[in-house]
Design a protein around this ligand. Sequence first.
Ligand SMILES: N[C@@H](CCC(=O)N[C@@H](CS)C(=O)NCC(=O)O)C(=O)O
Length: 231
Amino acid sequence: MIIVHGFGAYFGMPDGSPFVMKTMIQLKLAGLEYEHRASGVAKAPRGKVPYIEDDGEIISDSTLIRRHIERKYKVDLDAGLTVEQRAAAWSLEKMAEDHLYFALIDLRWRDDHNFEVGPAHFFDRLPILLRSLVRRIGRARMTKTLYLQGTSRLSRASVEENAGADIDAVAVLLGERQYMMGDEATAVDGFIYGVLANLLVPIFETDLRRRIEIHPNLTAYVERLSQRFFS
Ligand SMILES: N[C@@H](CCC(=O)N[C@@H](CS)C(=O)NCC(=O)O)C(=O)O
């Protein structure tokens, strides 16, 4: 059986990482069973989750995992899509992964309240004497990543405005459809669901939750996928 290594369940989400949620959904779409483990990044080959173990083979990075399962198990997670639709789905997924996602983590790691109620808990399993030190180091490392990536050089208002435009774009593209690309779920639904569901987590203070909630099609979409994949 395939093992999916992630952070484990946090904040009411099946996993603390939307990338892990993407992989979990894509495995379900491929009809493959898996065991989900809360391993964290300590043994992750690229220092990030998700990574999977499949019959002794270790694959990290959600996109490489998707490619692995499509090749090995001869499934097409975009079955039924035209070449143009596949291109649109890929662009949409990468906008969400490489832009909207960074707003999600910027709002969680940079804001003191959001950090305390959220990512600070990623360190709870550490021995008490080490916990606050490792938590500080972890936050400093993430802050540096966000600075190098560029998002945290913007004001919070600009981060939310830019991410709000992503959310509005997803809402327009979804329209009245059941899934992002039509009546059937495809690969792109994995991350779009993962990131929207995380932005809706009520303990975090962010305008982006309200930005999603003004689009009833988006809240219905998140509810529909929660029911189908994680109920
Ligand atoms: N490109 C990677 C991104 C994965 C990623 O950024 N994972 C985050 C969690 S959402 C992580 O493991 N971060 C830990 C770290 O950077 O130390 C993928 O698609 O799997």
